[in-house]
Design a binder for this molecule. Structure first.
Ligand SMILES: O=C(O)CCC(=O)C(=O)O
Ligand SMILES: [Fe+2]
Length: 339
């Protein structure tokens, strides 16, 4: 596997303060005070004690990020040794897991002369601008996958959470889903589609991903704040189970201010995917009953993001990583001169 890297902004930028629904940057207490003291104050962080609690949260989050790779590798190895899957078959992709309509649009995308227009005649649903909906899995596969995820949730195995905005999701690489399921799904099925739909966002060059499941239920998380993904192209598949509300909503690309944005709601349909650009701002409304599981695949294109880190908006400052990191690579720049 190619050597992937993380951008060092991961340790300073986009730290989410859940209580204030605010993403912040933290390089020092001085900088933070200067940039955010008045903002958090206006959001209700009035006393010194509350402010100190914010600082403590930030330090804990930075520490979590610094230890993440080591801890993730430890969890992965414990899971491998101790966790007994309920449905071993869901870990290796078989075409029988896939909806026939999905296989058809992938086959079309692989044809010589396939075009975006031709593909859009097969994908009939554009749920929001450049947000496409299509069936991906069979209902049976979704049911088995949710049962597997719930079996894992109930087990003693250590669990890594996908990100700071999500307290009950599951990181699928730690469970061993990358090799047999997620990588082939990206490489063989989603890349051909993304190449046609999002050539301007790196869709032709997807070469790594972060895969996780998100879970919402009444005693746990209900909703997800407005955000963009650390991805070029995102696949979000509704896996069930039974729930009401919880629609996704899409605004504009991250460069457009919220005040100039009108949001469009997109409902979940079990076994169907919503495919969108990672930088397209979105969120999820609260569910009002039941339990919602979605599979989220943040797909990255090193050739695209190596030029600009979407999280800090600068040329990435690379830090070597063990796995996919955040999908950056150290490019041999001589190639650019020669070709
Ligand atoms: O709740 C959902 O289905 C959306 C999840 C999402 O946007 C994310 O995790 O990046
Ligand atoms: Fe997202």
């Amino acid at each position: 596997m190619e050597k992937f890297c993380t951008c060092s902004c991961y340790y300073t930028d986009n730290i989410f303060l859940e209580q204030y629904k605010l993403h912040v940057r933290f390089t020092s207490e001085e900088q933070f005070k200067k940039d955010y003291r008045h903002i958090v104050q206006s959001l209700g962080c009035a006393s010194d004690a509350q402010y100190n609690a914010v600082l403590e949260k930030i330090h804990a989050e930075v520490e979590r990020r610094r230890n993440l790779e080591t801890q993730s590798a430890e969890r992965k190895s414990i899971i491998k040794e101790t966790y007994k899957p309920l449905h071993q078959h869901v870990y290796s992709l078989q075409e029988s897991f896939l909806a026939p309509e999905f296989v058809e649009i992938v086959n079309y995308s692989l044809e010589d002369g396939a075009s975006e227009e031709g593909l859009l005649e097969l994908i009939t649903s554009e749920a929001a601008p450049r947000v496409y909906r299509f069936p991906v899995f069979t209902q049976d596969f979704c049911k088995d996958l949710v049962e597997e995820l719930e079996h894992f949730e109930c087990s003693e195995a250590p669990k890594g959470r996908p990100n700071t905005m999500n307290n009950y999701g599951i990181l699928l690489n730690e469970l061993g889903f990358d090799e047999g399921l997620m990588t082939p799904l990206r490489e063989l099925y989603l890349k051909p589609i993304s190449s046609l739909l999002y050539p301007d966002c790196g869709g032709k060059w997807l070469d790594s991903h972060k895969a996780f499941a998100v879970k919402y239920s009444l005693n746990e998380d209900l909703e997800l704040s407005y955000h963009y993904d650390n991805a070029e192209v995102t696949l979000n598949v509704s896996l069930g189970k039974d729930f009401t509300d919880g629609n996704l909503y899409f605004g504009d690309m991250r460069q457009v201010p919220l005040s100039e944005t009108e949001c469009v709601e997109v409902e979940h349909r079990v076994a169907e995917a919503v495919l969108h650009r990672g930088q397209h701002m979105h969120g999820a409304l609260p569910i009002t009953s039941g339990c919602r599981w979605n599979l989220v695949l943040w797909m990255r294109a090193s050739r695209h993001r190596n030029r600009l880190c979407p999280m800090c908006n600068q040329v990435p400052r690379l830090q070597p990583s063990d796995g996919y990191g955040d999908g950056f690579t150290e490019e041999d720049t001589r190639l650019c001169v020669l070709t």
